[in-house]
Design a protein. Structure first.
Length: 271
């Protein structure tokens, strides 16, 4: 969303793009983080309080001067900036304008993790809304007609699939899966389809099922009767969400589940 707004404004007004190009130690944002700066306003953030304020000042001075050409600036997060993080980073300042819109669209587009959510109920909707600003490509699947919001949520692919588990075969490799349909029978069939795909391709890194430990114990027994081994069943996460959060409001469940997804992603990422 921020990238789209940046490019929309850039098409009519030049800016300075500030990007983190190197980072060492404790720093507020990672390499690749960016913000766009205009004489009035900004989009994005490089974080860090005074660090960002100083970068905004430098960018606006360049805009006021009318000078072209990119430059870089090294920063140590110490007393001179009123910060004690101790890390260091290097910022690139790049004057950009309408001619760079398409190149920046390709360069700044985040890498998206595919995620399939089965179930168009209240919790599913809350999770999809919580995922909207995050780097996920969301496919939202249900067997029922008329359950998805109108107009569709931006950036979310909705799919009617009957039987619902048939959609599992079409998921992209590397997709994370969340299962929370309106029916326990559907949930069971979706889990079984994920296990069959995992057995054949081993390309679904996370399969999460909403529900209690009692629900999972029942499912585990039924899936075992279908021929799935304990080692295969151990790939299913149920309940989902960070432990210790007991509030059952959809927005709270969504926050706990999305935090878990981010933790799984970052734990699996190479150091």
């Amino acid at each position: 969303m921020e990238l789209a707004l940046f490019l929309q404004r850039l098409a009519i007004e030049a800016a300075v793009l500030v990007t983190v190009v190197q980072a060492r130690g404790s720093v507020p944002r990672e390499v690749g983080a960016w913000m766009a700066v205009w004489p009035q306003g900004q989009l994005g953030t490089i974080g860090g309080g005074h660090l960002e304020w100083d970068a905004l000042r430098r960018a606006r001075e360049r805009l006021a001067s009318g000078e072209g050409g990119a430059w870089e600036h090294s920063v140590t997060l110490g007393p001179s900036l009123g910060q004690c993080c101790g890390g260091a980073l290097r910022l690139r300042f790049e004057p950009v304008g309408p001619a760079q819109v398409e190149a920046l669209r390709a360069r700044l587009a985040p890498a998206l993790t595919p995620l399939a959510l089965f179930g168009g109920g209240h919790v599913g909707r809350a999770i999809v809304q919580a995922l909207a600003p995050l780097p996920y490509a969301v496919s939202w699947v249900d067997s029922r007609d008329g359950v998805f919001p109108e107009p569709p949520l931006a950036g979310v692919h909705t799919e009617h699939s009957d039987p619902v588990q048939a959609a599992v075969r079409e998921l992209p490799g590397g997709a994370m899966v969340l299962i929370m349909s309106f029916s326990h029978a559907e949930d069971l069939d979706i889990v079984a389809a994920c296990l069959e795909r995992q057995r054949a391709q081993a390309d679904l890194p996370f399969v999460g099922l909403i529900g209690s430990r009692t629900k999972w114990a029942t499912f585990r027994r039924r899936l075992s009767e279908r021929g799935f081994a304990d080692s295969e069943l151990d790939h299913i996460t149920c309940p989902i969400g960070l432990p210790g959060i007991v509030d059952k409001a959809p927005a709270v469940i969504a926050a706990a589940v999305v935090a878990q997804l981010l933790l799984v992603r970052d734990t699996a990422a190479p150091a």
